[in-house]
Ligand binder design. Structure first.
Ligand code: FAD
Length: 317
């Protein structure tokens, strides 16, 4: 029997999608071995979040009413105390900016091994973690030769759990050691077009080097508007300074998992594909029928984007 403690994530008053994916990953893991799935909600609207997270497969939700937003020191202390109290075999955390900020500190403090960026988990006596290597060209499976571990899971790799359940909700008895809190969130300031989070978008229209000139981006933005979609891009567009960095999809950009990903003039280099292959439906427009993007596209249009995009805009409008 192996209990799992999964730490959920929220930002500015909303649970992030990875929280629901952690439920699925955690439930699968306890399904392999038997045991209980515990969730932790730290900070924010803990009661509201606990209600949203009352999902199938969850045994107990532990709420820690401390602060509104993510704080490294609070999370490290709270997760460490939850671990010491609940004694789970595995701690699951999102492989997100926040998760990667505190998971190593938790693992180090508890003297546990840390395995990051899992895309698959199995346990038939020994925990096996699947990870991708060489810009997602190969997968490796790591056997964790330890009784316990902290594992971060890649967002978008597990389906979100939606079915309702009836877990117990318990307020965790936690007293923060203020002397160990070295930073505080005092407010949020949007940077550039930082109001757009491409990793949360349902429909992305993504522009690549096929667009040729900065002024032509407007054409693809018009298509995004016609589809009520968000504009993202490949790296050369960002390197050229035509769009801000937070629009970049890929290995050195963001991992996105929209329902629809429309790649316009993007070749499909491995570093780009690493960021968008989890999209439910991939549509590509490219003049080159041999472009690698067509290998992973569900639908493809071999054609000149300067002909196809205006036609699509007209159709959608
Ligand atoms: P190109 O590869 O130049 O492709 C342009 C495509 O447009 C071509 O397929 C062409 O046939 C097509 N085209 C041209 N004209 C038209 C037209 N009129 N109509 C329709 N199609 C047309 N890249 C990323 O995107 N994200 C990353 O995070 C990233 N990280 C990287 C990290 C590292 C360490 C390295 C080394 C590289 C990284 N790259 C990343 C770069 C990556 O290798 C590619 O160079 C890049 O993805 C190519 O972008 P692209 O597809 O827009 O351009």
């Amino acid at each position: 029997m192996s209990d799992v403690l999964a730490i959920t994530e929220h930002r500015r008053g909303e649970l992030r999608d990875v929280s629901f994916e952690l439920v699925t990953a955690g439930a699968d893991l306890v399904g392999d071995t038997g045991g209980d799935l515990h969730l932790a909600v730290i900070g924010g609207d803990t009661d509201g979040f606990a209600e949203e997270l009352s999902l199938d497969g969850v045994d107990t939700i532990h709420t820690v009413t401390e602060g509104d937003e993510f704080n490294h020191d609070v999370y490290v202390q709270a997760v460490t105390e939850l671990y010491e109290e609940l004694d789970p075999t595995y701690v699951l955390i999102g492989n997100t900016v926040n998760g990667l900020d505190y998971a190593p500190a938790v693992a180090e403090g508890l003297d546990l091994p840390l395995v990051t960026d899992a895309v698959g988990l199995q346990n038939d006596g020994t925990l096996e973690v699947t990870r991708e290597m060489y810009a997602s060209k190969v997968e490796s499976t790591i056997e964790v030769n330890a009784d316990r571990a902290v594992v971060t899971i890649r967002p978008g790799e597990w389906d979100a759990t939606e079915a309702a359940g009836e877990p117990a909700v318990e307020v965790f008895d936690f007293t923060l050691d203020e002397s160990r809190v070295r930073s505080r969130v005092t407010g949020f300031e949007e940077v550039g077009s930082g109001d757009v989070d491409i990793s949360e978008a349902d429909v992305l229209v993504s522009v690549g080097r096929g667009i040729e000139e900065e002024e032509n981006i407007e054409l693809v933005q018009d298509l995004a508007d016609a589809l009520d979609a968000t504009l993202s891009s490949s790296r050369p567009i960002v390197d050229n300074g035509w769009l801000p960095k937070d629009r970049q999809v890929g290995q050195s950009g963001k991992v996105v998992t929209p329902k629809v990903y429309l790649a316009v003039g993007i070749s499909g280099a491995v570093q780009h594909v690493a960021g968008m292959k989890g999209a439910e439906n991939i549509i590509a427009i490219n003049t080159d029928p041999d472009a690698p993007i067509f290998d992973i596209a569900d639908y493809g249009i071999v054609g000149d984007l300067f002909d196809v995009v205006p036609e699509l805009i007209e159709q959608f409008e």
